[in-house]
Design a protein around this ligand. Structure first.
Ligand SMILES: [Zn+2]
Length: 217
């Protein structure tokens, strides 16, 4: 119903933009791609329960993996929606920058997607989020096979993460004595971030920090 109304308003020429999540009309020019109702759901959620992640000095999470935020992440990821990924990046930008200023990393990166998926979809949603947030990053990781979703036991997750993530050979020398910030979309078991942190520390990085758009559980 809201969508139909939004279309009518749009076609009547009363407004130019519509929310890319729910289709509602956007009246203000500076709020980007989301309507006010959706933006309300995209506020950072605090407090969240923080726990110890192996090899990670500290981390921050933007919000809970539910509602609009969850839908946006899933759409950006599985529908290869570049504008969604970038606008989400724009929304979290102030919070991500706040954390960047606190930890002052030498290098910022995000997980790779496996080649087959990259080729079929043509993009990495976490890279697009970083672009949307205006955060410069270096491609440090690559994925090999075993892509896709795993919702198994944490032990299986861990094994899968170890097998599927590698460092790109060309950046290995670059990581020595570097304070690295890894940006990822969702924190679930922590298996992936632990593996990524372990990889950069194994070639001499000094510390690893992490920022997640959302936390499940
Ligand atoms: Zn909306």
């Amino acid at each position: 119903m809201i969508k139909i109304f939004a279309r009518l308003v749009k076609f009547s020429g009363l407004c130019e933009e519509e929310c890319i999540f729910c289709g509602a009309p956007i009246y203000s020019e500076d709020q980007g791609y989301f309507c006010n109702a959706c933006l309300e759901h995209l506020k950072p959620h605090h407090p969240l329960e923080y726990r110890k992640l192996e090899y990670v000095s500290s981390y921050r999470v933007f919000g809970r993996y539910e509602g609009v935020l969850k839908s946006l992440i899933l759409s950006a990821k599985f529908h290869a929606n570049v504008s969604l990924a970038r606008s989400l990046g724009k929304v979290i930008s102030p919070y991500l920058w706040e954390y960047i200023k606190v930890i002052n990393p030498d290098l910022i990166t995000c997980p790779g997607v496996n080649i087959r998926r990259y080729w079929s979809r043509g993009f990495n949603h976490t890279e697009e989020m970083l672009r949307g947030a205006g955060v410069p990053f270096v491609k440090v990781f690559k994925r090999i096979g075993l892509g896709g979703i795993s919702a198994g036991l944490s032990k299986e997750e861990r094994l899968r993460a170890v097998k599927s993530h590698k460092l790109r050979e060309e950046v290995i020398d670059l990581l020595e004595d570097k304070k690295v910030l890894i940006f990822d979309d969702v924190l679930t078991t922590g298996a992936t971030i632990t593996r990524l942190a372990e990889l950069v520390l194994s070639v001499g990085a000094s510390e690893v920090y992490a920022f997640f758009v959302a936390q499940a559980l």
